[in-house]
Design a protein around this ligand. Structure first.
Ligand code: LHQ
Length: 253
């Protein structure tokens, strides 16, 4: 096994576990991640945490494996990376990355595909792609442009500058920076809070935001109206409004 999977109180925790190669991606790791993301679709899972074993989050593609296997990058992306990135983005549940250390190449893509990033003070974001003559893949070009805007995304991805955690925070690339020993627990805490909140509303919010950048306003307004109606038909709406009107203390989740 190269992915540790634990499920605690609705929070599915996935730990990339190839620390000898800084959790670089192999076909085996993709396969186990794919199966875990399938499990994440089940009703018993309400939030997901992704982290890495040892001192890295993930160093991206295992370059030893590309040396020994014939498959070209295009096919490798279509077969292994892209389905997992799509599975993460279409999972209508919050996914929190606990970026415990260095993320490089497709490891950056994976972190950026998550909904929330909690970073260790030791985290570093290293594009790596252009440094080896490749382009940013696994959604990195998409998410970097979306999160950072063109100017920062271009400068960062082409210079291969190692962003440290504080700079990543200042850029809005991560949501929070904590001490190395606290990073996984803080991600779990955020996951538990989100798991306790009305899940359908969170899932639909994720869907709305995913399409927002490319939608026309009238389409987005129509989708909001449709999903708002669906959200209001879930018991959480009536319960929470009744709590509010009864002047009960507001819940955090
Ligand atoms: C590694 C790796 C690694 C194997 C460290 N593979 N062993 C998609 C589809 C198809 C084709 C290609 O690409 C893609 C997408 C991509 O992800 S492209 C980008 C691939 N990744 C990289 O180019 C990053 C390569 N790694 C690094 O630049 C450094 O290792 C970083 C900056 C991540 C960390 O640097 P250090 O902290 O100085 O660690 P290190 O370099 O000493 O690495 C520690 C060990 O991990 C070392 O092995 P060793 O046996 O000497 O202890 C490395 O060989 C191994 N390792 N990355 N990607």
């Amino acid at each position: 096994m190269v992915l540790d999977v634990a499920n605690d109180d609705g929070v599915l925790e996935l730990t990339l576990d190839r620390s000898e190669a800084l959790n670089a991606f192999t076909v085996e790791l993709h396969g186990e991640l794919r199966a875990a993301l399938e499990t994440a679709r089940g009703p018993e899972v309400r939030a997901v945490v992704i982290t890495g074993a040892g001192r890295a989050f993930s160093a991206g593609q295992d370059l030893e494996e590309t040396r020994t296997q014939e498959m070209g990058p295009g096919e490798r992306l279509r077969t292994y990376y892209n389905p997992n990135i799509m599975a993460l983005r279409t999972l209508e549940k919050p996914v929190i990355a606990a970026v415990n250390g260095v993320a490089a190449g497709a490891g950056v893509g994976l972190a950026l595909a998550c909904d929330v990033r909690v970073a260790s003070e030791r985290a570093k974001f290293v594009p790596a792609f252009v440094a080896i003559g490749l382009i940013p893949d696994s959604g990195t070009s998409f998410f970097a442009a979306q999160i950072l805007g063109y100017a920062r995304a271009f400068e960062w991805l082409t210079s291969n500058r190692r962003l440290d955690a504080e700079e990543a925070l200042a850029w809005g690339l991560v949501h929070e920076v904590v001490a190395p020993e606290a990073v996984v627990e803080r991600a779990r805490e955020r996951a538990r809070e989100l798991a306790a909140a009305p899940g359908e509303a969170i899932g639909m919010t994720k869907r709305l935001l995913a399409g927002a950048a490319t939608a026309e306003l009238d389409e987005q307004l129509a989708l909001e109206s449709q999903l708002q109606q669906a959200a209001s038909e879930h018991p959480a709406y009536a319960e929470r409004v009744a709590e509010f009107l009864a002047k009960q203390p507001a819940r955090t989740g």
